[in-house]
Design a protein around this ligand. Sequence first.
Ligand code: ATP
Ligand code: MG
Length: 422
Amino acid sequence: MLAESVIIPRNDHCLSRSMIDENSLKVLYRLRKRGFKSYLVGGSVRDLLLGRQPKDFDVGTDATPEQVRKLFRNCRLIGRRFRLAHIMFGRHELIEVATFRRKPDPDEIPDPGEGISHFAENVFGTPQEDAFRRDFTINALFYNIEDFSIVDYVGGLQDLHDGVIRVIGDPCERFGEDPVRMLRALEFAARLGFELDDAIPPAIERCGELIAAAAPARIREELMELFRHKVAGQVLQKADRYGLLEYLIPDFTAERDNFDLLRQLDMRTASGVPVRECVALAVMYLGPFVEQSQAEMTLGDVHKLANQLLVGHCRYFSIANGIKHQARELLIGFFRFHCGRGRRGEQRFLRHPSTAEAFELYRLWCEALDGERDLLESWQRALDGEEPSREPAKRKRRPRRRRKKPAAETTTDDSPSVAVDD
Ligand code: ATP
Ligand code: MG
């Protein structure tokens, strides 16, 4: 049995139309005018009620994707797994319109076969059924454009007020349907500063291993969300505590230092520096890299070590070679900084295109683990050009040789140019 809805009239809540993006309002009104139900749904309602700026505004309706397409010239239908309408405004803004869905009854689902693998995700339903198929109560609130009320079928308003992440229905059952919800529970708790409902940690402990079967592309995207929302350190540490991490990122070593480094990166992101995937990767594998590298290693060996640490992760998540390559360059550059001043080829290393970013990685490491302040400052002075070059004589003696490859493309090939041990 589904619960009764609670309708909070316009005067009893704080969400007003002035907070809603203009184009989303246009979409909401046009659907409504053509006789369809038209709600603002999901994260945007949650965020507006919390006084936060939503990332995007999603619309829910009882119009089918085809009906939506006919209503908007600037509309295209997307998604195989989950069929949706995207309405474009200009080149950069898009409003997502989803038809209300429900969970199909088991006897409705056709036998497995060609072309019906996404049947279960595309059975249309009522707004109430749509609320119940969502993940957490705070993500299942609706704003009805007809009378500006909030519609709450799942107790989301109370949880929003209390600061609680609660799964709709039985956590184990819902995590079994879609194991990525376990990661999302930890993510929303960290992002919003909410507590997990008591039933969630034991359910993650029981169902954690199921996440190994989730599509790596989805996990990769959710992981990057953690970095963008500056909660990677906190969430991955929680995932470790509840036994989820080893199934989530099989190659990641769960050590205190690694989480401290991730938290430091989150702080840097919070200060306004956008995080790129190669940096996230380099930070994730920096702990084991430092542990396994030694000052007397050749750059060729350092290159191999960095590769070994990154290759499993990149293969598992189908991360492009270019990103892996950038992460590896960062680790190799870090190694140079960590090994100290005065090595051969230092001036050339300081001018290398990837050196500035590797220095940021080194700074992050020093700040997170409270190390090597004097060396950090000394490198900073050298990078700022505040000290005389140590190698003018060497450069004079050497005949100039033309490079065949652009510097950013080189790795082992240019090892001698930045080698510390030759
Ligand atoms: P944000 O976009 O700020 O990260 P959001 O709540 O909008 O947060 P989305 O990933 O954009 O999150 O998803 C939109 C909505 O779709 C969610 O609010 C939730 O209601 C529903 N949803 C998303 N993922 C799932 C899932 N795995 N299971 C059930 N419902 C989901
Ligand atoms: Mg969203």
